[in-house]
Design a protein around this ligand. Structure first.
Ligand code: HAM
Length: 416
């Protein structure tokens, strides 16, 4: 779990702003759900035999309820959608969220125990046009953030019937190869053989290379849905690769699956920056009606690792350096007046020497430093040093705030 200190938070805010701006253009509205949900919600929706539920949840008991820190945002969003019966209010709901998620994974670069996701969910649209549009929206957002070398992988795992058929076919194929599989894969063989498909173990990969493909066992409607997705992406000109090993680690998916990877920046092995898919059965299984749904989430830490460094110019700053108690009171009023006019002002109330206050103003990147001493108070003026131009003059106290703000406006930006 990481602290995000003030000198890092600027890039987080830029990323969050770009995400909000983009998704709002596509009609998504923000939803905020609790970070804690009943454990059972995650077990039922994500699936008992998944890594997330088996090993990674932070679960605790309170007043005999079992609660869990959310490992992802989809289950909570769907729970809220069902609890408030949103389908009775509108045929399609487009939601987005942004916040911390918790998984007790082995930490490494790009993988943390508290991490931030930004995600979107659409309830009520069966696709496949909205599936393609969602993927294209992500590509546009990553393009705007300057993240290059994107790879969009898509796949379909069909509906529950096709998936069951496929599980059976996969087990039949894998059983005779059990001895060649890793221990981890062997343990998965009976309960969740799909997870063996995305194993990183070389021996597993060799065996899996000859496995039957899900796309071959899809029924006609699922196949039509997947073809429709490919055609819509083609129409948008969004490049993609059909990846038969893409199964994703959560059990709620039906039909469309997608992941976006980037090889830019310092991502290393954890290079999946966004992942998602369709989950047409979840709303009904949580007690709602039959409502199709699709969504994605992206990991903000990973995206920040992939984003090029940018140092935006900070808002211009005026630094107030009062000498003595009376001057401090004058400076309090002047600083408040400057801020009321929308400009950033910082008051040095430490009572230090003028030299030390000026040094501090300079290191803060202040554009102007306002010096007030007894002489200035007597003459009802303030002294203003322009730290970029290296000039100094005086302003009448009465309209000092207005004139300072005018100067900052025409100067634009700090001098750091
Ligand atoms: P997910 O693939 O588990 O999907 O997570 C989505 C993204 O969150 C990953 O691609 C990765 O960028 C980031 N992420 C996941 N775990 C970590 C971690 N431990 N540290 C840092 N980043 C991480 C979901 O969570 C689904 N809820 C997505 C979805 C929404 N499907 C439908 N709607």
């Amino acid at each position: 779990m990481n602290d995000i200190l003030p000198d890092e938070v600027g890039s987080w805010q830029r990323l969050e702003d770009a995400f909000r701006r983009t998704v709002e253009l596509y009609g998504y509205a923000e939803v905020r759900t609790p970070v804690v949900e009943p454990t059972n919600l995650f077990v039922r929706s994500i699936g008992e035999n998944t890594d997330v539920v088996e090993k990674e949840m932070y679960t605790f008991e309170r007043h005999r309820d079992s609660l869990t820190l959310r490992p992802e945002g989809t289950a909570g969003a769907a729970r809220a959608y069902v609890e408030h019966k949103l389908w009775t209010r509108e045929p399609v709901s487009r939601w987005y969220y942004l916040g911390p998620m918790f998984r007790a994974e082995r930490p490494q670069r790009g993988r943390y125990r508290q991490f931030y996701q930004a995600g979107c969910e659409i309830f009520g649209d069966p696709g496949p046009v909205c599936d393609a549009e969602m993927i294209d929206m992500l590509c546009a957002l990553f393009g705007e953030l300057g993240i290059g070398d994107l790879e969009v992988c898509i796949h379909s795992i069909g509906g529950p019937a096709a998936r069951e058929r496929y599980r059976a076919a996969l087990r039949d194929y894998l059983r005779p190869h059990a001895a060649e599989l890793s221990e981890h894969a062997r343990a998965r063989l009976e309960v969740n053989p799909l997870r063996i498909l995305d194993s990183r173990n070389e021996g597993d990969q060799k065996v899996v290379a000859g496995a039957p493909a899900i796309l071959d066992v899809l029924d006609e409607e699922d196949r039509g849905h997947f073809d429709g997705l490919c055609q819509a992406l083609d129409a948008l000109g969004t490049p993609y690769r059909v990846d038969p090993s893409l199964v994703r680690g959560l059990d709620y998916y039906t039909r469309t699956l997608f992941e976006i990877k980037s090889s830019s920046g310092g991502l290393g092995a954890q290079n999946t920056i966004a992942g998602g898919g369709r989950y047409d059965g979840m709303v009904q299984s949580l007690g709602g009606t039959q409502v199709p749904a699709i969504g994605f989430a992206m990991g903000l830490e990973r995206i920040l690792l992939a984003m090029p460094e940018a140092s935006p110019r900070p808002d211009p700053l005026v630094y107030l350096a009062p000498m003595g108690i009376a001057a401090q009171r004058e400076a309090l009023l002047l600083a408040r007046d400057v801020r009321r006019r929308g400009c950033r002002a910082e008051l040095d109330g430490r009572g230090n020497s003028l030299k030390s206050m000026l040094r501090r103003a300079d290191s803060m990147g202040a554009r102007l430093c306002v010096v007030i001493g007894d002489a200035e108070i007597d003459r009802k003026v303030v002294a203003v040093k322009d730290l970029a131009e290296h000039t100094q003059d005086e302003l009448p106290r009465a309209d000092a705030a207005e004139r300072i703000v005018e100067r900052l406006g025409s100067a634009g930006g700090g001098h750091a």
